[in-house]
Write a protein that binds this ligand. Structure first.
Ligand code: N01
Length: 508
């Protein structure tokens, strides 16, 4: 098992434990998590006239993944004009691909602009969520023993919120400094240090170009090379921001153009097509133009289809690897030892610090805390052979519960927030129904969920994600409970329709 890192991310202090259980008055909607999803949910509910909302946030600050991922170079690899909510556009993005601090600033702006502070309860780490069928209420118990409840609940804790050190031999023996990309140690002075980075995924390729500028020597341990594409990143000129401010529709037009451009990428990234070959050619050209050494190029050339793992975008990753103080190692790691890392060819590399850019504990088999549904059923049991939901948002046996970033809602080619918006609006429809018709239960019918998932898995079998490489999209058994096998437009269209007949509706 990978070892989870304490979830007290920057700025979080341990809240005081109350002497006795405190039970709060039920709200209309209980939301777990105050990241992009939880805050977006609150905004859409508010806009639909639902204000009785409680958001439980384990940290002391909003922002989720963008609060936690503050490593040097952290930025979004989707253009900011698309990686933001269409109902809260920001004319002031400083670049086409903004950094994580600016994205976090945008999230803080959402809180202020929509007055979301009043809903958020900070320092509330949910340890269990349980449905009471008699009352039609979800109850969340926090680690301090407080109980919050709601007529409906929304899981918005984020799929990449649990950072994990990999389960590597010798990890406990290593005596030097250890940093995980998602829990950056801003107090550590890298100057004059020998540093290793393990991993060459989306986080690593942003960290490496920054670290190499600071450290005495950087060693990068690559297990699998990624497909790296050029990054069209530009500063936004002042006049451009001014136009967006004065004529907001121009920003909507740009957003739509970016959306369509990304949609067309699905044809290259999701399925194997002539466009896949073209995209691979662009990737090889990028590598060739930036890396002159043939041997290094060979080490950096992926041997799997583009799109199978997340496509990376960077202009400075390959140049960073070729700096005189940087070395790429492609021998597999044999073990960590007291002073560093031993690779399989027997060499021991000594380091002052190891940076683990090794990804997250994706909840492939369940939720990060027990979720107990009708008749005491547990989500972890129901999902033990792979997570499943109806349209990624509802799970049979867990009435009135809505998932964000739920099973098979991941995009490989477009902005996650586009998918998110349609989930939020779908959830609003369901919640309005529960409240408006005073339903005790709105539960998706098991056969509807089963049929939906059979279709999803059939379509997934034909995608690049299931074409043979290993990625965090797949479980160890190769089950893909992460990605949506289609265009974002298809996903959004299915979410526009809320069909009562798909649900069991139990009056209150
Ligand atoms: O994690 P990853 P990440 N020994 O799982 C390697 C999002 N994100 O943090 O490829 C040696 O992609 C592993 O090797 P391999 C985005 O959705 C978004 O980089 O499995 N190596 C890989 O190279 C992304 O997909 C942005 O062979 C080990 C790396 O570590 C997701 O977060 C920015 C190992 C892990 O790569 C995760 O990205 C950053 C081991 N035992 C991240 N275990 C945006 O811009 C793992 N590795 C929006």
């Amino acid at each position: 098992m990978a070892k989870s890192i304490a979830d007290d991310s920057a700025g979080t202090s341990t809240p005081a434990v109350p002497d006795k259980t405190v039970t709060h008055k039920p709200a209309a909607v209980l939301i777990v998590g105050a990241g992009f999803a939880g805050l977006g949910m609150a905004i859409r509910l508010q806009q639909a006239g639902i204000n009785d909302i409680v958001i439980l946030e384990r940290s002391t600050e909003v922002g989720g993944t963008w609060r936690d991922n503050q490593y040097p170079g952290a930025a979004c690899d989707i253009p900011s004009n698309l990686y933001s909510y269409s109902f809260a556009q920001n004319p002031d993005w400083s670049r086409s691909f903004s950094g994580s601090r600016e994205i976090l600033g945008y999230i803080h702006h959402l809180v202020k602009e929509f007055g979301l502070d009043r809903y958020i309860r900070f320092g509330k780490n949910v340890e269990q969520l349980e449905f009471d069928e008699r009352k039609g209420l979800w109850s969340a118990t926090t680690s301090q023993g407080e109980v919050f409840s709601g007529r409906s609940a929304v899981m918005a804790q984020g799929p990449l919120s649990n950072a994990s050190f990999p389960d590597m031999p010798g990890i406990e023996q290593y005596k030097g400094h250890k940093i995980h990309s998602a829990r950056w140690d801003h107090g550590y002075d890298f100057r004059g240090k020998k540093v290793a980075v393990i991993g060459t995924g989306a986080s690593a390729i942003q960290i490496i170009p920054e670290l190499v500028k600071e450290v005495e020597h950087l060693t990068v341990f690559q297990r699998t090379p990624g497909w790296v594409m050029p990054r069209p990143d530009f500063e936004t000129p002042e006049w451009n921001k001014e136009i967006f401010r004065k004529l907001p529709f121009t920003q909507s037009v740009l957003r739509q153009a970016l959306y369509l451009a990304h949609e067309s990428m699905a044809l290259a990234v999701i399925w194997s097509s002539p466009l896949t070959r073209i995209a691979e050619r662009v990737g090889r050209w990028h590598l060739h133009s930036q890396v002159k050494d043939r041997w290094m190029r060979r080490q950096l050339t992926p041997n799997y289809r583009i799109g199978c793992k997340r496509v990376l975008i960077s202009n400075d990753y390959y140049p960073a690897l070729q700096k005189p103080n940087c070395k790429l190692i492609t021998w597999p790691i044999y073990t960590l030892c007291e002073n560093g890392i031993r690779s399989v060819e027997g060499i021991e590399h000594q380091f002052d610090c190891i940076v683990f850019a090794t990804g997250f504990e994706v909840s492939k088999a369940g939720s990060p805390f027990p979720v107990i549904g009708v008749g005491g059923r547990q989500l972890n049991d129901d999902w033990s052979r792979g997570a499943q939901a109806y349209k990624s948002i509802n799970v049979a046996g867990y009435p009135n519960l809505f998932f964000t970033f739920g099973p098979n809602s991941g995009p490989g080619h477009n902005s996650a927030l586009v998918y998110m918006e349609s989930q939020l609006d779908y959830a609003v429809r369901g919640i309005r129904k529960i409240l408006g018709e005073n339903l005790k239960m709105l539960d998706v019918k098991p056969h509807v969920q089963k049929q939906y998932n059979e279709g999803i898995q059939k379509r997934l079998a034909k995608t690049n994600w299931n074409s043979g490489c290993m990625s965090w999209y797949l479980t160890e058994d190769g089950f893909n409970a992460t990605m949506y096998p289609g265009f974002a437009t298809q996903y959004a269209n299915q979410m526009k329709e809320f069909r009562d007949k798909d649900y069991l509706l139990v009056p209150g």
